[in-house]
Design a protein around this ligand. Structure first.
Ligand SMILES: N[C@@H](CCC(=O)N[C@@H](CS)C(=O)NCC(=O)O)C(=O)O
Ligand SMILES: [Fe+2]
Length: 248
């Protein structure tokens, strides 16, 4: 069966990822978007999986998550970086924590800089057939984007910290690690650590100070939903009085 699905929300250019353990049909979902709720439920039904965990890479500033409502509907657990103040999430992740679904393991790598809490998640997919090759994917949220990186000019952003996360944590992963970001604004789906280390136009060839200077001068307009999205996402998209199950 297909064990990996990459889904796209065109309005915010957000990628959502469904990861499946073929042996047990247990699954994990990363960064779901509220307006894609029905699409995601349909995919869960169509694939016949049991959703174990819904994970957030950070408190997004540009769209609202469906994590809370999907957890209510499916009974899945919710996991979020401990530094993101996403209080209703059942599992508050710190660096090195793991989340399991079937025989698969997702490992949290703290990659602050876009926001202080931001996490990347490493999945070394264990094949159902013991002889097949392990596929290594890292879900980088808005820390590392394809030929780019998350901005550092709002929330708890810090360019120097992002530089350290990129160069010391992500670029030290094996070359063939596939990079799957939370957004791409140009239709690209994925990259590799080797390619980003060699030619990411924001980072490669820049010293830490040069990177900080360049990030200070990006002058990007704020995301349209910034003021609404961050507080909503810190509640997993739940409204007053709504709760998520703590069942896993
Ligand atoms: N135009 C988008 C802004 C998107 C945006 O700022 N995205 C953030 C992620 S939350 C980012 O880090 N972008 C990196 C960049 O544009 O270089 C909106 O209004 O939502
Ligand atoms: Fe973001």
């Amino acid at each position: 069966m297909q064990t990996f699905h990459q889904l796209f929300d065109p309005e915010s250019s957000t990628y959502t990822y469904l990861l499946i353990d073929a042996a047990t049909r247990d699954a994990a979902l990363i960064d779901p978007v509220d307006r894609q709720f029905e699409r995601d439920l349909a995919l869960l039904e169509q694939t016949g999986v049991r959703l174990r965990w819904i994970l957030e890479t950070h408190a997004h500033a540009d769209h609202i998550t469906s994590a809370g409502h999907l957890a209510q509907r499916t009974g899945a657990g919710t996991a979020a970086p401990s530094g993101c103040e996403i209080r209703p999430a059942q599992k508050q992740l710190i660096d090195g924590d793991t989340v399991t679904f079937g025989s698969q393991i997702l490992r949290a790598i703290h990659t602050p800089g876009h926001t202080a809490g931001s996490m990347s998640y490493l999945w070394e997919e264990q094949p159902a057939d013991g002889d097949a090759k392990v596929v290594r994917r890292v879900f980088t949220g808005d820390a590392l984007l394809i030929d780019g990186c998350g901005r550092t000019d709002f929330q708890s952003g810090d360019a120097g910290t992002l530089y350290d996360s990129l160069t010391r944590r992500l670029f030290t992963l094996p070359d063939d690690t596939l990079v799957y970001p939370a957004h791409d604004y140009k239709g690209r789906t994925h990259s590799t650590i080797a390619a980003e280390r060699a030619s990411n136009s924001r980072i490669s060839g820049r010293t830490r100070d040069e990177f900080i200077d360049m990030m200070k001068n990006l002058n990007l307009p704020p995301p349209r939903m910034l003021a609404v999205a961050v507080p909503a996402n810190q509640q997993l998209g739940l409204r007053d009085g709504e709760r998520v199950p703590h069942g896993v």
